[in-house]
Ligand binder design. Structure first.
Ligand SMILES: *Cc1c(COP(=O)(O)O)cnc(C)c1O
Length: 402
């Protein structure tokens, strides 16, 4: 959907605060009064628009943020959550129950992997993990019990790209829900426009962008999103991973600069990826022509936002990776930290951190090597200088030889 302009959709929303403020007022309440008992009853039944009941269900601030995220993804509506996992787990449990089956990409966020591998089997939900780029394998795993195909548009940490259009066709053919975690590629990829039924984000990363809060969102049809909020059987409402209004109002303010930040993250990451590859480092970045899914990414992307801010290099061994990360931190080139989407570059070795939930033999099979470093490239103004300094660090620790 080349002509979708997600940043315009966000900008075209207009909010005013209670006293004409240029930002919406923050709803600083956990509970809400009713003028009549009848209205309270109707609200419990879900029959009243614009009435608030209790903040675990919804708040005006959360609805504003949800509206902006739904506009960004082009879905009917959205419901925010207290973290990315607080959006992912209710989505899965709302769609699947005992006896159901999921076909999931095997390269997904470590927490999601652990949930599907170790936790949901206790509830009778089984998951097959597949190479999501191989559509014939995905289809071969579908059984009569399958309810969902689960993937990330750009996967963590291997940066495999899911062909969302093709997966959506497969999902429709077998009457499944396609759920896509779009955390790595906000604005760049619009999964709902490509046929995804539900789009999830961890707002903790690029969307908020200041590494000061957790957050998550479920974007989808009104029917689905409202079902997660039902007081009777809604997984978001009943599991209770709700967002606080103070946080949602601050995330909404940060969303206004998301388009500018994403362009700079992408520009800097593309610059470094090209340089790293040209000096002989094993570099993975979807913007590189050498990337196996470069063409698929290109066919899906909203071009002006680029290929995103995440890249990986292989330092050769865990020892070298650790030495390099420590030195880069010492030189103030970034922080040795998990997470992504910060103004500062963040780096970590996924095999021993964010993907450590994945057993060693499975890591090896999927190409997750010991020396792999994941970079979330920051908003550096002078990326040429950053590159020269990083290169010097690589020479010093023996990742590069002069
Ligand atoms: C961080 C992350 C999550 C989990 O989000 P939290 O906000 O940490 O709960 C899920 N998916 C991806 C791709 C992530 O990077």
């Amino acid at each position: 959907m080349k002509d979708f302009k997600p940043a315009n959709e966000i900008q075209d929303l207009q909010y005013f605060g209670e006293f004409g403020g240029v930002n919406p007022s923050i709803s600083d309440s956990s509970t809400y009064t009713f003028l009549s008992a009848k209205t309270m009853f109707d609200t419990f039944e879900g029959n009243t628009d614009g009435c608030y009941l209790y903040s675990r269900h919804s708040t005006p601030s959360n609805l504003y943020l949800g509206e902006a995220l739904a506009a960004m993804e082009g879905t009917e509506t959205a419901n925010v959550a207290g973290s990315g996992m607080g959006a992912i787990t209710p989505t899965i449990l709302q769609i699947c129950g005992a006896g159901d089956h999921i076909v999931s990409s095997r390269t997904i966020y470590g927490g999601t992997y652990a949930f599907l591998k170790n936790f949901t089997p206790r509830m009778g939900i089984e998951t097959s993990f597949v190479d999501i780029t191989k559509l014939d394998i995905v289809e071969a795993e579908i059984t009569k019990n399958t309810k969902m195909i689960y993937c990330e548009s750009v996967s963590n940490p291997l940066l495999e790209v899911a062909d969302i259009k093709a997966l959506s066709a497969l999902a429709k053919k077998h009457n499944l829900q396609l759920v896509v975690d779009n955390t790595f590629s906000p604005l760049s990829i619009s999964p709902a426009k490509l046929g995804a039924d539900v789009v999830i984000h961890s707002l903790t990363k690029f969307i908020n962008g200041s590494s000061d809060t957790m957050g998550g969102v479920i974007c989808g049809t009104s029917d689905f999103v409202n079902s997660t909020k039902s007081v009777i059987d809604g997984a978001s409402m009943l599991l209770g991973a709700s967002m606080d209004s103070l946080r949602s109002s601050s995330i909404l303010k940060n969303m206004r600069t998301l388009h500018i930040r994403m362009k700079q993250h992408s520009k800097n990451a593309a610059f470094l990826a090209e340089k790293f590859e040209s000096i002989g480092l094993k570099t993975v970045y979807p913007g590189l022509e050498s990337h196996p899914s470069h063409t698929v990414f290109k066919s899906m992307m909203n071009e002006e936002y680029g290929f995103g801010g995440i890249l990986t290099i292989d330092a050769g061994s865990l020892e070298k990776a650790n030495a390099l990360m420590e030195l880069m931190q010492e030189k103030n080139l970034g922080y040795l930290a998990v997470s992504l989407g910060f103004y500062k570059t963040l780096f970590s070795a996924p095999g021993t951190s964010t993907s450590s939930e994945i057993p060693a033999d499975e890591q090896k099979e999927m190409g997750l090597t010991d020396g792999l470093i994941r970079f979330s490239i920051g908003l550096d103004n002078d990326i040429e200088r950053t590159y020269q300094m990083m290169k010097n660090c690589m020479i010093e620790v023996g990742v590069l030889h002069t």
